[in-house]
Design a binder for this molecule. Structure first.
Ligand SMILES: [Zn+2]
Length: 206
């Protein structure tokens, strides 16, 4: 895999949450130019790092299916991949697998079992399934925008004045905000002073 730098990782991070962010929005958030964002995305796509942009749909739009978990034994695991009904294949010994099958009825299940030619060791219907949303963990860490250390856990993402910042921990996030707020106060009071002086000058002229 090619080496990814901070900009690449932050791009992936932002697109992971919202793949519809535009080039200009991404450029603004990351504080880089639009051509930079464009060429980075093109490279990430070309190199297969960003594979596709998908959507999530409401579960009620999905066709009702029965889920079945099976422990199976097979000599031809490649055969499993020929069946779209098999939605998950987990290998746990050289010949044993736990597979998840989505079928509309028992007849369809029978067809899968016979077609793929595996031996069923155990079969368990799934009564309720909760797909936990799992955020992609990015392996290569990037740096905390406050302390500069590498972020090893999920970063805290903070949008401030149209730019996005990444922090390693709550403390860095809090400190960053405090510093920003103070800077803001200083800036405001300076502006006010300038305004006051201008007002005085206006008065003296009038
Ligand atoms: Zn930090």
């Amino acid at each position: 895999m090619t080496k990814l730098d901070e900009v690449d990782l932050k791009l992936i991070y932002l697109l992971r949450d919202n793949s519809r962010l535009s080039i200009s929005e991404l450029a603004e958030l990351l504080g880089v130019s639009r051509p930079t964002v464009r060429s980075r995305i093109e490279r990430l796509e070309r190199e297969g790092i960003i594979r596709k942009y998908t959507i999530q749909i409401a579960p009620e739009l999905e066709r009702a299916e029965n889920l079945v978990l099976m422990i199976i034994k097979t000599e031809n695991p490649e055969k499993l991949e020929e069946f779209n009904e098999i939605i998950e294949i987990n290998k746990f010994t050289s010949k044993k697998y736990v597979i998840k099958v989505a079928v509309e009825n028992m007849e369809q299940l029978r067809q899968v079992i016979e077609g793929a030619g595996f031996e069923v060791i155990d079969i368990m219907p799934v009564l309720e399934m909760k797909e936990r949303e799992r955020a992609i963990k990015i392996r290569v860490p990037f740096k905390c925008d406050y302390c500069g250390r590498e972020i090893t856990e999920e970063p805290i993402v903070y949008k401030y004045r149209n730019k996005v910042y990444f922090f390693c921990c709550e403390t860095c996030f809090r400190e960053f905000k405090k510093t920003r707020e103070n800077l803001e106060k200083i800036r405001l009071s300076k502006e006010q002073k300038v305004e006051n002086t201008n007002n005085h000058q206006d008065h003296s002229h009038g």
